[in-house]
Design a protein around this ligand. Structure first.
Ligand code: ADP
Length: 471
């Protein structure tokens, strides 16, 4: 069984103990993750701190290394994608897509042209400009649902901007990130990229380390709020990508046969374990039954299975806690009178599987509608007045994504602009434009990832004001 090591100061290290990581489809051990000791977290941050000045001084070396990282990922995409499938559960064609996306992100920032200095004044007496400087050591803390792309969305801009990084993956899916560290060991100078694994305690130690200047986090709202509070004492910079409870609004003129497949995947991709998946589906009452019928037909033919089985469309939930949460939400919805049109149960056999579940008969006030389910269960809620649907969609503490489905594109856009969401779509959901800033309103986050805005988060401004001797 393979043991996966930490990456600290350019060297691979065993941890203070080995944590077994289970395959969620079989509940068998996939491999062992080294857990970092306190001294190792400290050593990783110190290594990043020591590497910072040299790394920050050489933008060309940064570009070259980022381009090399992209090609190393491409060369190793099969082994990395297989490991993601085995520890996270998603079908291989999607994990291959994740690795390809991560490579494309490294490439994007390898070729990214940051805006140059802004000249405010330049004359005989004075030259004043605004420039950008990197921050120092960045702590990158990531979740278990899409482990590699979510990490690389942080790494690539942080490193491009001249920072050094200590990354910590989720304890549920650490192996692919530790493998990434092994693959990138010689791509970056020692100390520029460090990877420590462990649970929330390791995350807490890393994020509160006095030498860390920026925390970039993707995960739950509860942990995000805790990090925000913790960062205050040291005024650390922070980027938070948190949960969502995305609404999709299907208007009365929507073409159900044309959109059913896309809607289904908008809700069920990765078994619903996506921060910006469709989590509440509001449909005009005239289309309620046809939409339920179309989604149930699609759900019932969905092939559940192991991520490495080529026939599989949906894998299991990634861990037992998440399965138990989804089961509890469905049980609670049943108590509130929900109608379960498909799924609703854990199938026989090993693994954390849950069949795609279409639910109706519940609305606001029931946890499955009000909270983020993060699983393959979709509540469908009829409306008669679109104004009421907009109000319900916005009546949420979350504000990550939202979509409108209609044949009338202009009306769809107008409604999308009224939805409280950092990502708004018409006739699609989940699509992310390369270079687009990804961020959420309200409890869904703070700051942006991706593109220019994602890069800017990893630097501070410096106003440089130079007095010139009069000649
Ligand atoms: P989930 O409950 O879905 O696993 P979390 O927000 O707990 O989501 O986890 C996301 C990441 O945050 C993981 O890498 C986890 O280990 C880390 N984490 C959990 N608690 C803390 C904490 N108190 N400080 C820093 N990181 C933490």
């Amino acid at each position: 069984m393979t043991h996966y090591a930490l990456l600290i100061d350019g060297q691979l290290h065993p941890g203070k103990q080995d944590d077994e990581v289970l395959d969620p489809a079989t509940e068998q051990v996939v491999g062992y993750a080294a857990r970092a000791s306190q001294a190792q977290v400290d050593a990783a941050v110190n290594a990043a701190h020591n590497a910072f000045t040299g790394w920050a001084a050489n933008p060309q070396a940064r570009r070259t290394a980022l381009a090399l990282a992209a090609s190393v990922l491409r060369e190793n995409s099969q082994s990395l994608a297989e490991l993601i499938s085995r520890e996270q559960g998603r079908p291989l064609r999607f994990t291959l897509g994740e690795v390809a996306g991560a490579a494309a992100t490294f490439d994007y920032y390898a070729h990214f042209e940051a805006p140059g200095a802004e000249i405010l004044r330049d004359d005989e007496q004075r030259r004043a400009s605004i420039e950008r400087r990197p921050l120092g050591v960045v702590a990158a803390i990531t979740p278990w649902n899409v482990p590699i792309i979510l990490l690389v969305l942080k790494l690539a801009p942080a490193l491009h901007a001249g920072n050094t990084v200590v990354a910590k993956p989720s304890e549920h899916t650490p192996l692919s990130t530790l493998l990434l560290g092994q693959l990138l060991k010689d791509v970056f100078p020692a100390g520029v990229l460090n990877i420590v694994a462990g649970d929330g305690e390791v995350g807490e130690q890393l994020s509160s380390h006095p030498l860390v200047r920026h925390i970039t986090f993707t995960g739950s709202v509860a942990t995000g709020k805790r990090l925000y509070a913790g960062a205050a004492s040291d005024l650390k910079r922070l980027t938070l990508e948190l949960g969502g409870n995305d609404a999709a609004l299907v208007l009365e003129d929507a073409d159900i046969p044309a959109i059913a497949e896309t809607l289904f995947w908008g809700a069920f991709w990765n078994s619903g374990q996506v921060c910006f998946a469709i989590k509440r589906l509001y449909v005009h009452e005239s289309l309620f039954q046809p939409l339920i019928d179309a989604l149930v037909a699609r759900a019932e033919k969905t092939r559940l299975g192991h991520g490495l089985d080529a026939q599989t469309e949906l894998g299991p939930l990634t861990n037992r806690q998440q399965l138990e949460r989804v089961k509890a939400l469905v049980a609670d919805a049943r108590k509130h009178g929900a109608v379960i049109h498909s799924g609703g149960d854990q199938p026989e056999g090993p693994g954390y599987f849950f069949a795609p579940t279409i639910v109706s008969g519940i609305g606001a006030g029931v946890a499955l509608v009000d909270e983020e389910q993060f699983g393959p269960v979709l509540p469908v809620i009829p409306f008669s007045d679109v104004e009421d649907a907009i109000r319900q969609a916005n009546a949420s503490p979350y504000g990550l994504g939202a979509s409108v489905w209609t044949r009338d594109i202009a009306r769809g856009e107008a409604i999308a602009r009224r939805l409280d969401a950092g990502l708004a779509w018409v006739n699609q959901h989940l699509e992310v434009q390369p270079g687009a800033p990804k961020g959420g309103y309200k409890w869904s986050g703070l700051g942006y990832e991706g593109g220019l805005r994602g890069y800017e988060a990893f630097s501070d401004l410096q106003v440089l004001n130079v007095a010139r001797p009069v000649v």
